[in-house]
Design a binder for this molecule. Sequence first.
Ligand SMILES: N[C@@H](CCC(=O)N[C@@H](CS)C(=O)NCC(=O)O)C(=O)O
Length: 215
Amino acid sequence: MKLYIYDHCPFCVRARMIFGLREMATEEITLLNDDEITPINMIGVKQVPILQKSDGKYMGESLDIVSYINELSGYSPLESVRSEIQNWFEQVNVFYNRLVMPRSVQLGLAEFAKPSSVVYFIEHKKKLIGDFEENFHKTNEYITQMQQYFVELDALMVSKEWLNGKELSLEDIIIFPILRNLTMVSGLNFPEKLLNYTHKMAKKSLVNLYFDCAI
Ligand SMILES: N[C@@H](CCC(=O)N[C@@H](CS)C(=O)NCC(=O)O)C(=O)O
């Protein structure tokens, strides 16, 4: 199987996690961010992640890929998300994007290997978050807000292994990618339990963190 991704893409991290956690093999292929043709030819839209299954057919939508691989590896469906966790995820989104997007293009990630791919990303995403540099300059303001959200999430964590305290669930699948990408923000302090969880999940799911290149 082949998994088409961008490194910075949290939806792609969801798909990467299930391969790592279920010890299933896949070849990860990072597309250039301004490559529209390849994904459109596969699933009709310019969006990743895309899984090419063993029969050659393509599948988009991160949560569909997660369910498919989870089932293929013999596990029962993943438990759903507590409403408090879903609310946290939705509330944090605006600060998350403003912290992460301006940094994503500065880390030398494979999807931004060509200058045109950086320009493409900035042009599209500034419609969502506004000017990248302005957002970068407001880092301290966003960090202050994010620290408060971290305290809330820390309180919702039932264990350091799995967010619901029992087993892998969709809570881990939606929350870990957000935490993983926030590791690119220098000066953002993860509370101890959350930090422990982030490291453990990165190891178990074979997804890298960005602490060593945070800016
Ligand atoms: N609902 C989709 C959302 C995927 C998505 O929004 N992917 C983003 C990357 S994070 C994308 O490909 N956006 C188009 C772009 O960046 O040009 C899923 O869960 O897979």
